[in-house]
Design a protein around this ligand. Structure first.
Ligand code: PBG
Length: 325
C-alpha cells in the first residue's frame, strides 16, 4: 500500500466516511461517576481543585445520582468522609458509617443505578494510611480483616458492588470470603488491581481529607516505573476472583491499560483520577486549551487503550456531549 496508489486521506474526506471507519466508540455506558459523601443535611461544599464537584450530604447525593441516571450513566462510586477518624478506622465498618448510611438512602430513593462503594481505610484512619499502622509500618495481614468487615458492611447496607482501593496483598480473597460467608455471593468485586503511587491523586486527598499524616504510600501502592509488576498484581486479583480489575491512574498509564487488556479476559476499568481532571480544568480556565475537546479526546484515548469502563469526574459532562438526554 504505497502512495500514490493508496491514499489514507480518501476515507477521511467527509464525516460519513470517518464515521464508517471509526474504530473506537465512547458511550455513556462506559462512564462511572465518583461522588464524595459527608454527614449532615443540605451540605454542598465545593472542592476547589475539582470544579463542579462537592462534598455532599445524602440528600444532595440522591439528587446527583438521579441526575447521573437521567443522563444514562449506569453507575456511581461512593467515597465517604467521616466526622470521626481513629487508629482502627472504626467508622469505615460501622453500621451507621457515612458510606453505609448514604448507600442505604440512595438505594431507597433511586432505582436503576449501580452503586459501587470504595473500600479503603485512609479516609477513616487518624494517620491517613490505607492500612493499620504498627511502629510506623503499614501492616498487611492485620488490615485484611478490617477491609473485609468494611466491604461486608457496605454490602449489608445495599451496595451493588464493592471496590477495594487499599493495595494490601490478599484483600480480594479475604473480601470474597466474607461476602460469600454472609450470603453476598452475588456482590461483585471491582478491584483496584494496578494502583500506582501517584502524585495525580492530590486533589482527591483534599476532597476526601485522606492525605497520609506521615510518610507516603510507596510501601503499598505501585512504583510508577513498573509494568510487569502490574500484570502480576492483576493476575493475583484474577486468581482471588475479582470480577472487574482496575488500572489507576489512566492518562499517564495507557500502556498499562493496553497491556492488561491484552493479557486478561476480565472487564477492565480505568480510573481517570482527580489530578488528570484538575489539569484539564485549570488549563481550560486559563484559556490555554479547549477543556471539552480535551476531555472527549482523553476519554476516547483511555477507551482506545483498552478500558471497558472509565471512572471519571467528567462523567456528567461527557454524557451530555455524548447526547444523553
Ligand atoms: C483511597 C483512594 C484514593 C483514590 C481513590 N481511592 C486516594 C489515594 O490512594 O491516596 C484517588 C482517586 C483520585 O485521585 O481521583 N485509597
Amino acid at each position: 500500500m504505497l502512495f500514490p496508489d493508496y491514499r489514507p486521506r480518501r476515507l477521511r474526506q467527509n464525516e460519513n466516511f470517518r464515521r464508517m471507519i471509526r474504530e473506537t466508540r465512547l458511550s455513556v455506558d462506559d462512564l462511572i461517576l465518583p461522588l464524595f459523601a459527608v454527614e449532615g443535611k443540605g451540605v454542598k461544599d465545593a472542592i476547589p481543585s475539582m470544579p463542579g464537584h462537592y462534598q455532599l450530604s445524602a440528600d444532595h447525593i440522591v439528587k446527583e445520582v438521579k441526575v447521573a441516571r437521567d443522563l444514562g450513566i449506569p453507575a456511581v462510586m461512593l467515597f465517604g468522609i467521616p466526622d470521626k477518624k481513629d487508629a482502627l478506622a472504626t467508622s469505615a465498618y460501622a453500621e451507621d458509617g457515612i458510606v453505609q448510611k448514604t448507600v442505604k438512602t440512595v438505594k431507597d430513593k433511586v432505582a436503576d443505578v449501580v452503586v459501587i462503594t470504595d473500600v479503603c481505610l485512609c479516609e477513616y484512619t487518624d494517620h491517613g494510611h490505607c492500612g493499620m499502622v504498627e511502629d510506623g509500618t503499614i501492616v498487611n495481614d492485620e488490615t485484611l480483616e478490617l477491609l473485609a468487615r468494611t466491604a461486608l458492611s457496605h454490602a449489608r447496607a445495599g451496595a451493588d458492588m464493592v471496590a477495594p482501593s487499599d493495595m494490601m496483598d490478599g484483600r480480594v480473597s479475604e473480601i470474597r470470603e466474607a461476602l460469600d460467608d454472609n450470603g453476598f455471593e452475588m456482590t461483585p468485586i471491582m478491584s483496584y488491581a494496578a494502583k500506582y503511587c501517584s502524585a495525580f491523586y492530590y486533589p482527591f486527598r483534599q476532597a476526601a481529607e485522606s492525605a497520609p499524616k506521615f510518610g507516603d504510600r510507596r510501601t503499598y501502592q505501585m512504583d510508577p516505573a513498573n509494568s510487569l509488576e502490574a500484570i502480576r498484581e492483576v493476575s493475583m486479583d484474577v486468581e482471588e476472583a475479582a470480577d472487574i480489575i482496575m488500572v489507576k491512574p489512566a492518562m499517564a498509564y495507557l500502556d498499562i491499560i493496553f497491556r492488561v487488556r491484552e493479557e486478561i479476559d476480565l472487564p477492565v476499568a480505568a480510573y481517570n483520577v482527580s489530578g488528570e481532571f484538575a489539569m484539564i480544568k485549570a488549563a481550560d480556565k486559563l484559556g490555554w486549551l479547549d477543556g471539552n475537546k480535551v476531555m472527549m479526546e482523553s476519554l476516547m484515548a483511555i477507551k482506545r487503550a483498552g478500558a471497558d469502563m472509565i471512572l471519571t469526574y467528567f462523567a456528567k459532562e461527557a454524557a451530555k456531549e455524548l447526547g444523553g438526554s
